[in-house]
Ligand binder design. Sequence first.
Ligand code: MN
Length: 251
Amino acid sequence: MRDDAGTPRVRLAALYVRAIERVGLTPIVIAPFDQPANGDADVANPAGDILDVVDGLVLTGGEDVDPAYYGAAPSPHLKTVSGARDATERALTRAAQARATPVLAICRGIQLLNVALGGTLIQDIPSERPAALDHDPPGDRATRTHPLQIDANTRIAQAMAGTQFDVNSVHHQAVDQVAADLHVTARAPDGIVEGVETPADSPWWVVGVQWHPEEFVDHDHAPDHGLFAAFADVVRATHRSSATMEAASAY
Ligand code: MN
């Protein structure tokens, strides 16, 4: 939610929408919504209602995550937070976990994902990890500015068809302590977490990346396309299996 000359508006970079269209999925954009009080069974559960009718969840880039969600005091270097987005995306992530709905999380998304599942964040890389690379250099968002090492035989390595790439980098926060249900499977040379995922034997397909693969949607042969393709494959497989179950239960 951004203020636009006094008018609050809900906005999303269209490259995310295009990246989802390009792999044959139907994008549905969810606006931040009010949360019902915890534990009140009589009120609506909008996150659950939404997850009941979609086959995948993409957590997109944006504002800093409120450190209150992981029990930290705000750093003086904390930038804008959005309470509505934090609450909405946290509820959607937990609803996705309950249903094993596939999740692709990008930039803020990997941070929100980690916090929603119990992990913590570096609130500001330059002040908390002064020896780290510059993860928010000036310039074009699609310029590849730092290397990446991906663990072999992981969801991200399979999707990217390799383990060493240069990636774009537009972030000042990063995953610190990783949530129990996630593994770190990609790092920058300075140790900053650039990718997390669920274990290969988990029925819940989750991939989070700290860079911005959607910026390369119109670049031919970018390995980053593979992340969206892998997400689309598992979304379609999930969709088919639930359709099969419904057909079987009709007997
Ligand atoms: Mn980076």
